[in-house]
Design a binder for this molecule. Structure first.
Ligand SMILES: Cc1cc2nc3c(=O)[nH]c(=O)nc-3n(C[C@H](O)[C@H](O)[C@H](O)COP(=O)(O)OP(=O)(O)OC[C@H]3O[C@@H](n4cnc5c(N)ncnc54)[C@H](O)[C@@H]3O)c2cc1C
Length: 373
């Protein structure tokens, strides 16, 4: 079965055709590649985007639909690793990207906030430390010690993040692609790139996240493809979950769509080795766990209407690689969001575009590929 999100009608976008060499070629038409293309085309550069599938056909159209600030690691952990200044800068850059997402996505974005839940006392202590660090550094955040409704008795406290939201990811990224094409970018779907050298462009950006393979050896080693599986239920009788929810350190995540379906993903940690793969496909073990958990959350076994998987790219320090490839004047990367790329992908696509436009922003240093490539 295919992604519920990708079944939404795809809008037509203007088909541009640049003859000959372009200023920038981008590999990947997910959120990163489309954001990069829009920023560059808006400034008058000639841009060609290549995707082996279609716009949003990778993780951008197959994810959980959470639009979260921050990165994969908890804020207090990022602060210990990057220092307070680095962590603040990272969270602020994603908050700005969330604002831009809200302004570009139309009805594909809903500002709901998000709820990060503690599944046991140990996780509650860990989340409390994250909450304290966010609060101390001046971020808008709430601690919820008591939970009600379907969450009562199951979880042990939660952080509510007011700026976060819910996206219809395929609708959002297809809209972004329309805007990039309207600004002048050529988008070539079903156009696999076999080697960077075959691209007729002054600069090349690899925006391939978990689908990165075979274009740059060092990148293949630094970004580990990882599979996530998702199920969607029939529309439920009520709204039980008004915003994206995630628990067990983000291993399990769920939300309800506007027509009240439950979108639920996770349980990768029950088969970590098996899920460290670039192969899309669902497995009976994880699907059974997702179905059972959907039943627990809803109080009955809802009918499953969609099942699918997608691949995301994980780096060793859980931060993306975005910037120029060391030793190359003409090659850039933006990938490796470690399962947290809906907002970070927008941010990194735009940051790389700004650097190509000779307007580098200091935040790009947070993601310097030289630390791993
Ligand atoms: C199941 C799942 C759930 C997730 N949930 C969330 C979530 O709720 N919130 C969140 O923030 N993040 C989530 N993520 C992560 C998020 O979806 C990704 O980080 C993000 O979509 C990455 O976008 P991208 O544009 O960089 O890459 P992608 O959207 O993966 O696009 C990469 C594109 O590159 C193309 N490509 C690769 N190689 C080539 C080539 N050689 N030639 C041409 N084209 C090529 C692929 O076809 C693909 O379309 C999830 C991921 C998965 C899989």
């Amino acid at each position: 079965m295919s992604s519920y999100w990708l079944q939404d009608d795809a809008p037509a976008f203007p088909r541009r055709h640049h003859t000959g060499r372009v200023d920038v070629a981008i590999v990947g038409a997910g959120v990163t590649g489309c954001a990069c293309a829009l920023t560059l085309a808006d400034k008058g550069l000639s841009v060609r985007v290549h995707d082996a599938r279609e716009v949003a056909g990778g993780a951008s159209g197959r994810n959980g639909g959470f639009a979260l600030r921050g990165a994969a690691a908890q804020y207090d952990v990022a602060r210990a690793e990057l220092g307070a200044e680095g962590a603040v800068s990272l969270w602020r850059v994603t908050e700005s990207a969330l604002e831009r997402l809200a302004s570009l996505a139309g009805d594909a974005f809903r500002r709901t906030g998000s709820l990060r839940l503690a599944a046991n006392r140990e996780e509650a202590n860990s989340l409390r430390a994250e909450y304290e660090a966010l609060h101390a550094d001046g971020f808008e955040v709430e601690w919820r010690p008591e939970l009600d409704g379907r969450l009562a008795g199951r979880f042990h406290g939660a952080i509510f993040h007011p700026p976060d939201g819910s996206i219809h990811p395929a609708r959002w990224v297809r809209r972004l692609a329309v805007q990039a094409a309207e600004a002048g970018a050529e988008i070539r779907e079903h156009d696999p790139v076999r080697a960077v050298e075959e691209l007729d462009a002054d600069q090349v950006v690899l925006a391939t996240d978990g689908y990165t393979h075979g274009l740059l050896g060092a990148l293949d080693r630094a970004v580990k493809p990882t599979r996530g599986q998702v199920v969607v239920t029939e529309p439920l009788e009520s709204e039980y979950f008004a915003c994206p929810h995630y628990a067990r350190y983000g291993y399990d995540y769920w939300q309800q769509t506007e027509d009240l379906r439950l979108v639920l993903g996770g349980f990768r940690d029950s088969a970590l080795a098996e899920e460290s793969t670039a192969d899309e496909g669902t497995t009976p073990g994880i699907q059974a766990r997702l179905e059972a958990f959907a039943g627990e959350l809803v109080g009955r076994a809802p009918r499953i209407t969609h099942r699918w998987s997608g691949i995301f790219g994980v780096t060793e320090d859980l931060l993306p690689l975005a910037g120029r490839v060391p030793g190359r004047n003409d090659l850039w990367v933006a990938c490796g969001y470690s399962g947290h790329g809906n907002v970070l992908g927008l941010a990194c696509g735009e940051l790389v575009a700004s650097a190509i436009l000779d307007r580098p922003t200091p935040e790009l240093r947070l993601f310097d590929p030289a630390r791993m490539l």
